[in-house]
Ligand binder design. Structure first.
Ligand code: F6R
Length: 246
């Protein structure tokens, strides 16, 4: 069952999600939070950082687990997810790098499971709240079409649509976007106690409709979230434009 909240715009949705995250942190100072990269959650991280500063919130016991990372991009590259998470989460929230985990796989990885990330998450107590964005083609994390719903953290291939969409972050364009990434699997994501997916803009409208209104199927990774007990989509009006019309 997925709950849907439609907000007027990204700013309102980011504020609500930041407030919910801040409430969780106050209630459970050792919470384990799953964090997404990409442009969707940036506003929520900024607002959360402001709330932490304003309230002098204790963040010293939190743990963060990133969703994914490119393979073959040095961690020092400004668009590696190690760098993005450091810039958008670790530094603004004022947490120590040791509290923040990003999946890793050797540079010569090929498609298949990656051993220890799921064990690390379990050893931390499991994820209390997992933040997600969604790709234009419906991917969550880097779980592209066809990923089994029980997949653990693994190395997968990025589709051309995903590489093109993400090329906006790379000076060298699509050729610079790695073809492989390590990602929490859909099985990993579904183990989180609570899931919050944000989606903004008309580019996400079909992915959102398919995730919410078509039967869960591996060809629609976002539709796996219908199988979770406590998942909420925070949408702006543009991303929600085709919800409830089928
Ligand atoms: C990011 C991630 C991806 C993005 C998705 C949307 O860690 O796993 O699934 O959430 O590609 O990206 P944006 O937010 O840039 O539209």
């Amino acid at each position: 069952m997925v709950h849907v909240k439609i907000l007027p715009d990204k700013a309102h949705a980011s504020e609500e999600v930041a407030q919910m995250l801040h409430d969780l942190i106050v209630e459970k100072p050792n919470a384990v939070i799953g964090v997404a990269t990409g442009s969707t959650p940036e506003g929520a991280y900024e607002r959360l950082a402001e709330k932490i500063t304003e309230n002098r919130t204790d963040v010293s016991q939190l743990q963060f687990f990133a969703l994914d990372e490119y393979i073959g991009l040095p961690w020092e590259h400004p668009e590696s997810y190690h760098s993005v998470i450091h810039r958008c989460v670790t530094v603004p929230l004022g947490v120590e790098p040791a509290q923040v985990h990003v999946p890793e796989a050797p540079d010569d990885s090929t498609v298949g499971p990656v051993d220890d990330y799921d064990q690390k998450i379990a050893a931390a107590g499991g994820i209390d709240l997992q933040l997600l964005g969604i790709g234009r083609n419906g991917h969550i994390g880097f779980n592209e079409t066809g990923t089994p719903f029980n997949a653990p953290t693994h190395v997968g291939e990025l589709t051309e649509i995903t590489r093109e969409d993400n090329s906006r972050f790379f000076e060298g364009g699509v050729d610079e976007v790695p073809p492989l990434a390590v990602t929490q699997g859909i099985g990993t994501i579904l183990k989180a106690r609570k899931i919050v997916l944000m989606a903004f803009g008309e580019g996400k409208v079909d992915a959102i409709r398919d995730s919410l209104e078509k039967p869960p199927a591996e060809e629609r990774p976002g539709s796996s979230l219908q199988l979770h007990d406590d998942c909420t989509f925070y949408l702006d009006e543009a991303a929600a434009a085709k919800v409830g019309h089928s």
